[in-house]
Design a binder for this molecule. Sequence first.
Ligand code: FAD
Ligand code: MLT
Ligand code: ZN
Length: 463
Amino acid sequence: MAPDHPLFDTLTGIVGAAGVVTAADDIAPYAIDWRRLFPGTPACVVRPKSTAEVAAVVRACRAAGVALVPQGGNTGMAGGAVPDASGRQVLLSLNRMNAIREVDPVGLTLEAEAGVILSVAKEAAAASDRLLPISLAAEGSALIGGVVSTNAGGINVLRYGMTRALVLGLEVVLADGRIVNGLRRLRKDNAGYDWKQLFIGSEGTLGIVTAAVLRLVPKPRHSVTALIAVEKPEAALRLLDKAQTEIGDTLQAFELISGASIALVGQHAGLKCPIAPASWFLLIEAGSTLPGLRDAAEALLASAFEDGMAVDGVIAETGAQAASLWALREHITESEAREGKSVKHDISVPLTSIPAFLAETEAMLAEVAPGIRLNVFGHLGDGNLHYNVMIQSGHDAGSINRAVHDMVTRYGGSISAEHGIGQYRVEELQRTRSPEELALARQLKQALDPAGLLNPGKVLPHG
Ligand code: FAD
Ligand code: MLT
Ligand code: ZN
C-alpha cells in the first residue's frame, strides 16, 4: 500500500500515532511467525487500546477494502497470525489491550482483555488461590485472544479440557465492525445459539476476539510429578489405564516423550535427564486439594514397576525438582528448531490406536523417506502426538506431510489436534475433510465475513 494511502491517516486518527507502526525495523517482529516459515509484509501494524478502537479499525479497513490479520503473541505454530507478502494487509495487534478486568474466586471466573499474556492471567488467578488451567510452553508470550482463537490445548487438557471448555463468555468485533458483548459469567446458558463457539478456534477468520470470561478451578494444594521410562507405547497405555482407575480424578498431565526428544533437549538446551536413556518416557502429573495423593501415586507406580509396565523412574521430591522435570518437556520444541529442518505434525488418533499408528507410520516412512529421524512427543492422555519428522536435503517435506496425514486419516484421526490450520495446513485440510464439511465451513465464512477481509487465506483457501 502506498505510504500516502488515506487509510494510514484514518487509522492514526483512531489509535493515535503511537498505535500505528510503519517503520520496517519495528514491524519486523510482527511480520514472521515463530517458526520463521512464513514471512509476510504488513502494510502497517495497528495497536488499538480498546474494543471501540478495534471496531473503528475494522470499519475503516472494510471501507477501504483492506484485509486485516489479527495477531496475539505470535507463538502460533501454523502461520495464522502473519499477513501475506502483498504489502496490502493490515496487521491488527491486540497487545495493548492488556487489562485483567476481574477475578472472582467464588464464582471461579476471570475476565481479561485479548492482549493479556496467558502467564499473567494465570498469576492473577493464583493470587486469588485459584488456577487458570491452560498450560503451554508458550504461556509467557501467548495472549488470551490468541489462546481463545486457536482453542489452545496444552498439557492439562486431560483434566480440564481444551480452551473451549474454559470459555464462559466472549466479546467479539464482527467483520462489519459491530461489537457483540457476550461477557456473561454463567455456567448454564442455553438461551439461543451458543455463538461464541464459532469464534473459539476459528483463528481470526470469523471475527476479532477482544475480551473473554474464563473459567477458573480450585488450585491443587498437593501435587505429584513423575518421570517414568517405559519400553513401548503399549506399556504407556496400560499405565494410563491403571492411573485412570486408581487416581483418575486427580490426573492432570500424561505426556509421552521419546528417547530422541530427550536427547535433543540434552544436546541443545543442556538439560540432563535424571534417569537412564530409554525408548519412551512418560511425564505424569496429578494434583488434588486433599492430602493423601502422594501415597496413592507411589502405590500406583510401585505396582506399575511390579507389573513390568514401567522400567525406571523418579518422583519429584520438591517443587524445584518437578520444575526441572517439566523443563525437559518444555524445551523440546525449541531444541527441535535448533537441530534443523522438521516437518511438524500435530495429530490425534483414537487413544487405543496409538501403538499401531506409531509402528505403522515409522515403517512407512522408512520406506518412502529413508534417512529421516523422528522427534515424537505429545499429550498421550489426549491421543495427541507431535509427530515431527527431522529431514535433510533430498527429503521432500510435502510428500512426507501427506503420507503421515493419509495414515492419520486411515486411523480416523485429525490432522490438527490443537495447533490449528493457519496457512500451514490449508491444502491438507481441503484434502482430508469431506466436501460437505468444507462447504459448511465456507457457508459460515460467507455468513460472517462476506467481503473476505478477516485473515484471508487462513483455514480456508482464498476466494
Ligand atoms: P497468535 O500466534 O498471535 O495467533 C494465532 C491465531 O489466532 C492466528 O490465526 C491469529 O490471526 C489469531 N488471533 C490471535 N489473536 C486473535 C484475536 N484477538 N482475535 C481473533 N483472532 C486472533 N499450542 C497448543 O495448543 N498446545 C501447546 O502445548 C502449545 N505449545 C507451544 C509451545 C511453544 C514453545 C510454542 C512456540 C507454541 C506452542 N503452542 C501450543 C502454539 C501457540 O502457543 C498457541 O496456539 C497459542 O494459543 C497462540 O497464542 P498467540 O497469542 O501467540 O496467537
Ligand atoms: C507442545 O506440546 O510442546 C507444543 O504443542 C509445541 C510443539 O508441537 O512443538
Ligand atoms: Zn502440544
